[in-house]
Design a protein around this ligand. Structure first.
Ligand code: ZN
Length: 343
């Protein structure tokens, strides 16, 4: 099979031939139709400090995918050949306290598909049966390929109730855009999104936010004034990882406000903790998806009419992976999809 491989501990990726995988007893083999490029894949491609200390080589990278089950292991009970599936990229231990309590998203021994184990940027991927999500209703293959990051967005957007609330989202990358779609669909009053890229803010306007704010030019307080708000945001979603975004968010929260934090800051930074105390704010870290409550929510949101199509902006055959990665890295895009069904 063809696979996109980090062949050695250095920058770059190679589209190369590998033997087709065979399933272990509890595994399924999926013929991959489409994959989505994630920021994680860009880090592994460029081989930054994080990648160098985290990723073993050689490794098939990638964790956002959709495809069809073509083989199942001897102990597999539910998944069947022919099922159309997406994949949960977090491989959990199954034996720690959180796993045994059904809180698998809190497993401290989580390993990543395409990060620690061979991933999905290939014609075939192998993963545990419990990590596939079978689509019972029709889902567009491109949308199915991004269920993993869509899940990050849903987990973030639905962590706190948003019905009738004023919602601030800092960061208009693909996850911020999808979180905006979900907050809007779920009944938020005002949805405000911030970024410093006009291109991404324009995408945000297309998905129906009330205000897309370029924070290089204007402040979030001005956005409140523009919308006739006076008491601050009820719910915030920090998806940029930028220290300035969290600081400005805290300044603009209503008393009793709640902040869901998915953006991963690169370094330690200072915030005004006295404001957190005096405003009685809740700050909650979000990582991955709840297994598999978030996945139910995702399927139901799509069935009830949520439209993610504006978030997917580029599609490339897997043979043009270099161009696809360059596009994703340049940031003038939403989600970038690779198609593995073309020669
Ligand atoms: Zn565990």
């Amino acid at each position: 099979m063809r696979a996109l491989v980090k062949t050695s501990p250095a920058p770059g990726l190679e589209l190369t031939e590998l033997p087709d995988p065979t399933p272990g007893a509890n595994d399924v083999v999926v013929q991959v139709f489409r994959t989505g490029i994630c920021g994680t894949d860009l880090h592994i491609d460029s081989w930054d400090e994080w990648a160098a200390r985290t990723v073993p080589t050689p490794l098939v990278i990638g964790h956002e995918f959709a495809g069809e089950v073509v083989a199942v292991g001897s102990a597999v009970t539910q998944a069947q050949v022919g099922d159309f599936v997406s994949g949960e990229g977090h491989l959990v231990c199954g034996t720690c306290r959180n796993c045994r309590a059904g809180r698998r998203h809190l497993c401290a021994n989580t390993r990543g598909l395409g990060v620690h184990h061979n991933g999905a940027f290939a014609e075939f991927a192998v993963l545990p049966e419990q990590n596939v999500w079978v689509h019972r209703e029709h889902v567009d293959p491109d949308v199915a390929a991004i269920f993993d990051p869509f899940g990050n967005a849903v987990h973030t957007a639905l962590t706190f109730p948003v019905v009738g609330e004023d919602v601030l989202i800092t960061g208009a990358g693909p996850i911020g855009l999808m979180a905006a779609c979900v907050a809007r669909h779920a009944g938020a009053r005002n949805v405000v999104i911030t970024d410093v890229s006009e291109h991404r803010l324009e995408l945000a306007r297309r998905v129906g936010v009330d205000l897309a704010v370029n924070v290089a030019e204007t402040g979030i307080a001005d956005a409140q004034a523009k919308l006739g708000m006076s008491e601050g945001f009820d719910v915030a979603m920090e998806v940029s990882g930028q220290p300035s975004a969290l600081r400005e968010t805290i300044e603009n929260m209503a008393h009793g406000g709640r902040i869901a934090m998915l953006g991963l800051p690169a370094e330690h930074f200072r915030i005004d903790w006295s404001a957190v105390v005096l405003k009685m704010l809740t700050v909650k870290g979000i990582y991955g998806r709840e297994m598999f409550e978030t996945w139910y929510s995702m399927s139901v949101l799509l069935q009830s009419g949520l439209d993610l199509s504006p978030v997917i902006t580029h599609r490339f055959p897997c043979t043009r992976h270099v161009e696809a990665f360059e596009t994703a890295r340049a940031g003038r895009c939403g989600k970038v999809i690779l198609d593995w069904t073309v020669r």
